[in-house]
Design a protein around this ligand. Structure first.
Ligand code: MRU
Length: 381
């Protein structure tokens, strides 16, 4: 993985930040560990570079991880000098690389969802060709489509979310929203999910203020979300994670909106550690709590959140400053438990904002995500 601090040549995406800069045969990832102080892009040449960039948090956020993984393999294939084999060999070569990429981080389902869809595209191509090159071509095209689709899907999430909130909260003319972690342009191909809803409210002129948490221990909130909000001139205030309850008690929050790494079919949602505490606080104070996520974050194979594998990260993220990147700050010898995510149960989630509309509960404690997706598919056919 080579460092490249020059400005990226990528598809223009409004004026918002771009973490993934791709053009056919070249992929640069904004090194999010260096933000907000330095803007450095790393050159990703193959799936091994992609795997390390994901594991080491150069790129993070469920949708961004999936797209970066897919594109790292696309550039590898695009720049491959020769491949000796049939279409079937090409399909198994790609499948093995995809499995390897999926192993980089376990909790966000978007990565395995992307791998499954890419495998479908390559087996279809392999069934219709004898040579390897149409299979590689089909893979590259499918990965490039994922990059394009993500921005459109986030804009739809933003628009559905803003309309829904305005409708639900007719009494409040302007809304203050609390969010957690980073769900913006840096966590996606562009625009963002929960931060996309905040962007849409701001564009409508109805956002009073966005509150973002620091999001310890890796500080995605203070380093990344705060950076995006300042960059886009959105009125915003940074709070310590531990200040959220007091902020809600003071009546300064109209709604909490967070992203998701994996949503089980009943709506239980895995997201950045600390999300569950925010949801409990919101319920206690009668504040609606929303999850904003694309359908690629839904895992219909899981009946509840109990089955979600929660990634545990290095103790260093707590022992050292800057989420593990700086000097030691904690007492030597202390043991550490550092889960990167927690699961918020569906019964305390008010609604799930997707690119196909807002999923709500009808008289039960759980969401019926499967029926919602089936209906959405029927309508778009
Ligand atoms: O560990 P991270 O930074 O990858 O965690 C990110 C989150 O938990 C986000 O809230 C989630 O992925 C949604 S991003 C649109």
């Amino acid at each position: 993985m080579a460092t490249d601090s020059s400005l990226p040549d990528g598809p223009a995406m409004d004026t918002s930040l771009q973490s993934i800069c791709y053009k056919h045969g070249s992929l640069k990832l904004l090194d999010q560990r260096r933000l907000p102080l330095e803007t450095i892009y790393l050159d990703i040449q193959d799936s091994t570079d992609g795997w390390f960039a994901i594991r080491d948090m150069v790129v993070r956020g469920a949708p961004a991880i999936a797209i970066a993984a897919a594109l790292s393999l696309a550039v590898e294939v695009c720049n491959m000098e020769a491949f000796n084999g049939t279409s079937g060999d090409a399909a198994s070569f790609l499948s093995i690389k995809l499995e390897y990429l999926v192993s980089s981080r376990p909790t966000a389902v978007n990565l395995s969802d992307a791998a499954t869809k890419l495998k479908e595209a390559i087996s279809k191509a392999a069934a219709n060709a004898l040579e390897a090159s149409p299979v590689f071509q089909a893979y590259i095209e499918a990965a490039e489509i994922m990059l394009r689709d993500d921005v459109a899907s986030n804009k739809a999430i933003g628009s559905y979310g803003a309309d829904f909130l305005l409708h639900q909260m007719e009494d409040s003319k302007r809304l203050s929203i609390l969010t957690h972690c980073n769900t913006g342009s840096l966590a996606t191909a562009g625009y963002g999910t929960a931060l996309g809803v905040i962007r849409a409210l701001h564009a409508e002129g109805v956002l009073e203020k966005a509150y973002c948490t620091e999001t310890r221990p890796f500080n995605q909130g203070s380093r990344l979300t705060a950076f995006e909000l300042v960059h886009d001139n959105i009125p915003a205030v940074l709070i310590a994670d531990s200040a959220a309850a007091a902020l809600m008690k003071a009546g300064r929050v109209n709604a909490v909106i967070v992203g998701a790494d994996r949503v089980a079919s009943n709506g239980d949602t895995a997201n950045k550690i600390g999300t569950y505490s925010l949801a409990l606080c919101a319920v206690h104070h009668g504040i609606p709590f929303y999850v904003a996520a694309p359908l690629t974050s839904m895992d219909l194979s899981l009946s509840s959140g109990q089955e979600i594998v929660i990634e545990e990260r290095s103790a260093k993220e707590l022992l050292n400053s800057h989420g593990g990147l700086g000097e030691q700050v904690a007492a030597s010898g202390i043991s550490v438990w550092n889960p990167a995510f927690d699961v918020t149960p569906a019964n305390i989630i008010t609604g799930i904002i997707t690119e196909k509309g807002v999923i709500t509960k009808s008289g039960s404690d759980a969401f019926d995500i499967k029926s919602f997706i089936e209906k959405a598919q029927c309508i778009s056919q």
